[in-house]
Design a protein around this ligand. Structure first.
Ligand code: SAH
Length: 350
């Protein structure tokens, strides 16, 4: 199987040109042709160079198998890779711009009790090319459907635990960020982790993206009920690792907090959160739990949500309330599980 052309950094393309004994002056045309307009290759690249690229690399993007649009404009793409495995990528409208929610693995090994993806288990890591390709598919679709929208930003909140696939995710971030290739600002990217400590401990030379921790409870034992890896990778150690991440003056760590009825919304939780986040540059992102087929947890009602939020604000915490988007098509982040049923149903329309 050929390697995806979208898994190469710009310096790898430069090396290729050297190895192929091609003039370095075609370098910008090669990159622009790959990412902007393939017509540039016809104009500026020799037949010989074009065939070298085509022989060595896969230029096709993965297949867009299905697309679902939610009432609020959220669009969910079902993306199939060459081995037949599929992930979902979600395009979410947000204040006149869009965010692409990328998957980093097929399935997930973390097995969190509130997460739909976890119920399908772990299949495999995605390569950097497969991660970048999801972005390109969503961006290309947007170019046709919403001409005026700026380059979408990125959250790693789709299927998978990005720090459990650190090397490929890191490479994808470098490619996505490189202005010679795609050029998404590094601060326009947010990586969300369940607190996978072996990954967190290796991010010293990681690109300076925004980080988010799926916190969901300030208490060690309770958090383990939601996020099983918390038993081995204790919250205390995760918090210490997060403190080591250098932050720019107006940069914060986001703490995602799932709101679950009768579970993690008491006054003790307000105090626990206040204590835990003391001294940390933090924004709390409240996310009302989104039910899925056979889920055991429940979503709180609006007054409970507002009350909990107000109490946190009273304690001088920075709080955002994320209104779940795309819930009518199960496109909420963390709800990305490819349904067998949906797949067969759509098979006829391919
Ligand atoms: N593994 C990473 C990224 C994937 S989950 C992580 O754990 O952060 C992305 C976000 O979606 C997480 O904050 C997760 O807690 C949230 N999420 C998962 N299932 C959800 C559900 N049923 N309702 C609402 N949010 C959910």
């Amino acid at each position: 199987m050929k390697r995806s052309a979208y898994s190469l950094t710009s310096s790898e393309w430069k090396e290729n040109l050297l190895n192929w004994e091609e003039s370095s002056h075609v370098y910008p045309f090669l990159l622009d042709g790959l990412y902007k307009d393939r017509g540039i290759w016809d104009k500026h690249l020799s037949k010989n160079l074009k065939s070298k690229i085509e022989i060595n690399y896969e230029l096709e993007l993965p297949t867009l198998v299905n697309l679902q649009k939610s009432q609020d404009g959220t669009t969910k793409f079902l993306v199939r890779f060459s081995d037949g495995l599929e992930v979902e990528t979600v395009l979410i409208p947000f204040h006149k711009r869009y965010t692409v929610c990328l998957s980093s693995q097929v399935g997930c090994a973390m097995n969190c009790s509130f997460c739909y993806t976890g119920t399908q288990g772990f299949k495999r890591n995605l390569t950097s090319g497969e991660i970048v390709s999801q972005y390109l598919l969503a961006r290309n679709w947007l170019k046709v459907h919403d001409l005026s929208s700026p380059q979408p930003s990125i959250v790693f909140m789709g299927q998978g635990e990005p720090l459990h696939n650190l090397d490929e995710v890191k490479k994808a971030i470098l490619i996505l960020n490189d202005s010679k290739l795609i050029g998404v600002g590094i601060r326009q990217m947010t990586l969300s982790t369940a607190g996978y400590l072996p990954g967190l401990q290796r991010i010293k030379d990681f690109p300076q993206v925004n980080f988010a921790l799926s916190l969901h409870s300030p208490f060690q034992n309770e958090r383990s009920k939601l996020i099983p890896i918390n038993e081995n990778y204790h919250l205390e150690d995760v918090m210490r690792a997060l403190k080591d991440i250098p932050l720019l003056p107006r940069q914060f760590i986001t703490f995602e907090y799932l709101l679950i009825k009768n579970f993690n919304m008491t006054d003790e939780h307000v105090e626990g959160l206040t204590h835990l986040l003391n001294g940390q540059k933090a924004i709390i992102n409240l996310i009302p739990f989104n039910p899925f087929p056979n889920s055991t947890w429940e979503r709180p009602d609006e007054t409970e949500i507002e009350n909990f939020k107000d109490k946190l604000v009273k304690n001088k915490l920075r709080v955002m309330l994320r209104r779940t988007k795309g819930s009518d098509i199960l496109a909420a982040c963390g709800q990305l599980k490819v349904e067998k049923l949906a797949r067969t149903k759509n098979a006829g329309s391919r």
